[in-house]
Structures are given as structure tokens and as C-alpha cells.
Design a protein around this ligand. Structure first.
Ligand SMILES: O=C(O)CCC(=O)C(=O)O
Length: 304
């Protein structure tokens, strides 16, 4: 281990532990078991049910939770608290290279945190096989994507950091640099091949594009034969954190139980995936809003 690697490991002890650091580096994701307590899950589920009644989820598309169909940050304090969760923020800070640096050289960080919220998606599928039946899901959600050579940007080389591509993963002298990172809060149990998050472990470091005939999960005849594709089972309260440089997708939902998964997608301070930014003024009406949450809601580069 070089001295800089040792220093980075020591400084970020409150973030990733050694096991998580190793697994995030080699696989591109970690699972924080029991991240949310039973009471947090219960309260989020209660508010989720209220939100579904107030803002019926769309019947098309796979994203919900931001925009006209309902903004999850208005659904209650527990949803705003997930912007800066004590079990997640130290991990994210570490994945974004540690505490923010001082831009003016006075040694004081210019921002509270080294990441910002980019966008939020909520998945609430409850009908079995809905995503394989639905043409848009078959095209979008069930297509493996991520990294610099995702289906949408096949012209980009893998793990590419060029302008406009915010999906990258890098390690410099023992410190992580990341573009978009997904923090996935499960509010219901998901089983290995019953549907939900899947990925190609290690693909965040790939050097060759994903072959076309491996891209569409819904077209793979028997997932049990595809040993390279890993479903990641999780229980209610678990949290999966993955870099969007990882090739990933959704396994077709094949179980009778409903899906309730919250995707909080974070970004580095200087970059953005979404073209729409949050406006902190929209949330000043809530007395629970903290200064750290304000900083996380800020647009790219604000205050830097
Ligand atoms: O359904 C999932 O867990 C994965 C969703 C996904 O592919 C994404 O958030 O980009």
C-alpha cells in the first residue's frame, strides 16, 4: 500500500470500512444490510401509500418520484431525511473522494458535503411480469445499461468521463472519484431471481463494450443459465449502493408481492446527469430542512 493509499484509508475510517471499500472497488456495488430501521421502513411505507393515493403513479415509464407525477421530497420528512442518512452519507462522502476540499486554499471546506442529489426515482411495480409485458420497460428498464458505453451512448468508450457523460468510476492514489451513484432503499423484500436489481459485477472497470446480444435481460431465455448476470437480493431496510458505471438493470418482476424501491441518485459536485436541478427554495417551507440537506439539494458547483 502506498503512503497516499494508507492516508486515504485512515482519513475515511468513518466512511467505507475495509470490506466495503474492497467490494465497492472490485464489484462496483455494496449492500448495507439493515440500513433503515423497522420503524423507518414502516413510516416510509405509510407515507408511500398516502403518496400513491394523492399522486397516482404513471402507467408508463419506469420512473416516478420527481416531476409532475409527484415529488418524493414533498411526501414527508422521512423522504427528505434520506438525502442525508447517517448510515449512507459517510459512505457516499468516501466514494466521492472524502470531505470537500478548500478552493481558496484557506484550509476550510467550501461546502458541507462532497456530493449532491441528482434525481430521485421510485419503483412501485406490483403486477407480476409487468415489466416484461410493457413495451417501454422491455426497451428501457430491462436493458442492461450504465458505464460509458451504455445502450444509450454506444459511441462512448467504457468508463468515459467526457463532457455530458456523468457515469464513471476511478481510483486515484487510494481515493475514489465517481459520477452518478445510486443509493437504493428497499421497502419490501426482493428475492434473487424474483425481480429487482441485477448487475454484471466488476463491469464498472470494463475495457470492452457489452455485446449487443447480452443487453436485453428480458430476451435471455433462462436467467439461471446466465451465470455472469447477478441478481442482488435484499430485504426491506437494506440499501444497495452502486456506481452507475456498473452495467446494471432490472430483473423481470416475477413474484406476487409488490415492489417498493426508492432510488436516490447522487452526483459529484461538479457534474450532473439530470438536466433539471432541485431548487432548494421549494423545500424551505419545511422546518425540518437542515443546512446539510440544503447543500445536497444545490445545483452543480454551487458554493464551490
Ligand atoms: O430496478 C433496479 O433495481 C435497477 C434500476 C435501474 O436500472 C436504474 O436505476 O438505472
Amino acid at each position: 500500500m502506498t503512503s497516499s493509499t494508507a492516508r486515504a484509508t485512515q482519513e475515511s475510517q468513518a466512511g467505507l470500512d475495509d470490506r466495503q471499500r474492497y467490494l465497492f472497488d472490485t464489484r462496483g456495488y455494496i449492500v448495507i444490510r439493515g440500513c433503515l430501521s423497522a420503524s423507518e421502513v414502516e413510516e416510509l411505507n405509510r407515507l408511500f401509500t398516502e403518496a400513491e393515493a394523492a399522486h397516482p403513479p404513471p402507467t408508463e415509464g419506469h420512473g416516478w418520484g420527481m416531476g409532475p407525477s409527484g415529488n418524493a421530497l414533498h411526501w414527508g420528512k422521512p423522504f427528505r431525511d434520506l438525502l442525508d442518512h447517517p448510515k449512507v452519507s459517510p459512505v457516499l462522502q468516501d466514494m466521492y473522494g472524502g470531505p470537500p476540499a478548500s478552493a481558496d486554499g484557506d484550509g476550510q471546506p467550501d461546502r458541507e458535503v462532497s456530493f449532491r442529489i441528482d434525481h430521485i426515482n421510485v419503483h412501485n411495480w406490483c403486477r407480476p411480469s409487468f415489466i416484461v409485458q410493457h413495451p417501454q420497460y422491455a426497451a428501457d428498464a430491462c436493458t442492461l445499461h450504465g458505464g460509458g458505453n451504455s445502450g444509450g451512448t454506444p459511441d462512448l468508450p467504457p468508463n468515459n468521463e467526457s463532457a455530458g457523460n456523468n457515469q464513471f468510476f476511478r481510483v486515484d492514489e487510494g481515493r475514489f472519484s465517481n459520477g452518478l451513484i445510486s443509493v437504493v432503499f428497499e421497502l419490501e423484500d426482493t428475492t434473487a431471481n424474483g425481480g429487482g436489481f441485477c448487475c454484471v459485477p466488476g463491469s464498472h472497470k470494463q475495457n470492452f463494450p457489452l455485446p449487443q446480444d447480452m443487453r436485453r435481460v428480458a430476451d435471455l431465455p433462462d436467467l439461471a443459465d446466465e451465470e455472469w448476470l447477478q441478481g442482488v437480493p435484499a430485504e426491506a431496510g437494506d440499501c444497495i449502493v452502486f456506481t452507475e458505471a456498473l452495467i446494471h438493470s432490472t430483473l423481470p418482476w416475477r413474484v406476487q408481492t409488490r415492489r417498493r424501491t426508492l432510488f436516490y441518485k447522487f452526483s459529484q459536485l461538479g457534474g450532473s446527469h439530470s438536466k433539471r436541478y432541485y431548487n432548494v427554495e421549494d423545500y424551505e417551507q419545511y422546518p425540518d430542512l437542515t443546512d446539510r440537506q440544503r447543500a445536497i439539494l444545490a445545483p452543480p458547483d454551487a458554493g464551490a
